[in-house]
Each structure stands twice: as C-alpha cells, then as structure tokens.
Design a protein around this ligand. Structure first.
Ligand code: ZN
Length: 319
C-alpha cells in the first residue's frame, strides 16, 4: 500500500468514525428532547405551544401550553409542564430569551400537564389557588404514576411538588406588568386565569380549549359555562388556551362553550331516555366537533366521568 493510499484510507476511516460519533451524539441529544421553542406573542410575552395529542411515549406529555413573561424584576412562569425534564428544558428555553432569573411560578390548576414541572423550579415561589394546592396534594402521586405509565421515561425522576403559596385573586404588579389573577372553577374546582393588563394577553388555562377536545375528569359543566361567561367579558387582546393555538378573538371561548353545551345536552337526554352508559360510547358527535383532535376519545372519557351524575339527577327529578 502506498503511503498516499494509506493516508486516504486513514482519512476515510476517521471520517466514518467521526460521522458515527456525531450521529451517536445527535441521538443522545435528541433523546427526551421536548424541542421547546418559545413563540413571542406580545411584548415580553412568550408561549410554548404543546401538541393537541394525548400523553404518549413520543411526545412525553408536551401536550400543554406553558408561558412566561419577562418583567423588569424577573421572569414569571405560567404553568410548569408535565415533567421535571420538561421544566428543566423550559428553563433553558427561557435562558435563551433572557438572562433574568425566574422569580415566580403560577399553576393554573392541578392537572399533571400543568404542574409536574414545579420540581425544576425549586426555591422559586410557586402560587396557585387553595383548591388547586389541595388537588395537587391529594392527587399528585396518582397523576405522576399515570403519566409515567403513558409517557414512560420522559417522566423519570418527576415528583409531584404542590405550589407553596395559596394566592388571593386580585391585581399583582410585577416588574412593570399588572397581572390580574382571576379565580374561577368548572374545569376543576380551582381554575386560575391570569390577565396581563399591560399587554392584554389572557392566560385562560384549561377553561378554554381550542381545536382540541376538552377534558372533563374534574369538571362541573354548569360552573364551567359560568366561567366562560366571565371570560367572554374580559377585555383581552389575545387569549392563550390551555391547549391549542392562541387566538385574538372569541372563537376559542365559543368553541369550548358550544362543545360543553352539546356534551351536557347529550348526557342529559341519554339519562332521560334511560340509556346504558355503554350505549353512549357510539353516539354520533356533531360534525362541528367530530373533526377536532381527540373528540371521540374525550367524549368517551366524559361519559365515564360524568354520566352517572346525570343518571342520578334524572332519577331524583323523576321521584
Ligand atoms: Zn391541561
């Protein structure tokens, strides 16, 4: 073998090895990477948009919208996401936008996709409504087990950390942003909505879903509809739903409202007919909602969560 030939051979081998190494590094870096890219919505205001999917092993629970506001005092985080790993990556995403430290976290409600990242914000005041903290304490362990079952190792090392401060509704001024904290209920027994009066952005939590079927494991539809009336009267410029794209008008509130009205009516009528729960699972979903991601799955879950209540009410009324 000539020395030139040998050198070319060695270069080739080196290139192949380097390529293999780089590929290995890329795989390692991609593993459990939520790919969080903040989208700027308004001055100082960023959102991380989740997929309109169920928890699964490829999305790792990145199915929720989280947000942050960069104030002059520091960063305010609204919802911490579905896992410790998500929140660690969220902190890195925030650090790519600003050097300011995170100074406060709000949890909009106690569902796992909105607060299981709290662990990665240890030492930072984390506030939620009292009902939310009670729910986090009571159900956080079961939620974590369930999410782990659905999303696997994305969730590894995640512990449920309840918010450490029960917040009072009202206005808080933080670093030049006037935040109105509004206490509502209906999706759960404690649903916090944050209106940034300085930018007009309304963080609606899961009281509003847009192009993603609403979830109802802790819902009171009557309270939820009343909450939507309150939200519709808020003078916002941009609404960030808990799931789905932000909108600048009332269509997300309206879609959620129409869905809930239909759902309640379907459950009530079925109860009045004396249908068995199993008969409801195949019920036709109106075209308006059938095309929304997870409509069939969430309807089936809602039947399981809520139908007994409607059966009992019908029985009571008929006595
Ligand atoms: Zn949610």
């Amino acid at each position: 073998m000539s020395s030139r030939c040998w050198r070319r051979g060695a270069e080739l081998l080196f290139a192949v090895l380097l390529c293999g190494l780089l590929q290995g590094a890329a795989v390692a870096a991609e593993e459990f990477d939520y790919g969080l890219v903040p989208r700027k919505l308004a001055d100082d205001t960023w959102v991380l948009i989740g997929k309109t999917e169920d928890f699964n092993r490829s999305n790792g629970g990145n199915i929720v919208n989280t947000a942050f506001i960069v104030t002059t005092e520091g960063v305010v985080v609204i919802d911490s996401g579905p896992s410790r790993r998500y929140a660690q990556q969220m902190r890195r995403a925030i650090a790519r936008v600003t050097e300011k430290p995170v100074i406060r976290v709000f949890n909009t409600h106690h569902h796992p996709d909105h607060f299981l990242g709290n662990q990665a914000f240890a030492g930072i005041p984390t506030a939620a409504l009292a009902a939310t903290i009670a729910g986090q304490r009571e159900e956080g362990g079961a939620f974590t087990d369930n999410v782990y079952r659905l999303s696997g190792d994305w969730i590894k090392g995640t512990e449920p950390v309840p918010a450490d401060e029960a917040l009072r509704p009202g206005v808080q001024s933080i670093g030049g942003h006037e935040l109105e904290l509004i206490s509502l209920s209906g999706h759960t027994s404690g649903d916090l909505v944050v209106l940034d009066r300085s930018t007009g952005v309304l963080f609606a939590g899961d009281l509003v879903f847009y192009q993603r079927a609403p979830t109802t494991p802790h819902a009171s539809i009557a309270q939820w509809l009343a909450a939507l009336d309150r939200l519709a009267a808020v003078p916002y410029r941009l609404l960030v739903p808990g799931h789905g794209d932000p909108v600048g008008d009332g269509r997300a509130i309206e879609q959620t409202r129409r869905y809930l009205v239909w759902l309640e009516d379907a459950l009530r009528r079925a109860a009045e007919r004396g249908d068995e729960m199993s008969e409801l699972f195949g019920l036709a979903i109106p075209a308006e909602f059938a095309a929304i991601p997870l409509a069939r799955e969430e309807f089936a879950r809602s039947v399981a969560h809520l139908y007994r209540r409607y059966e009992r009410e019908t029985l009571r009324r008929s006595r």
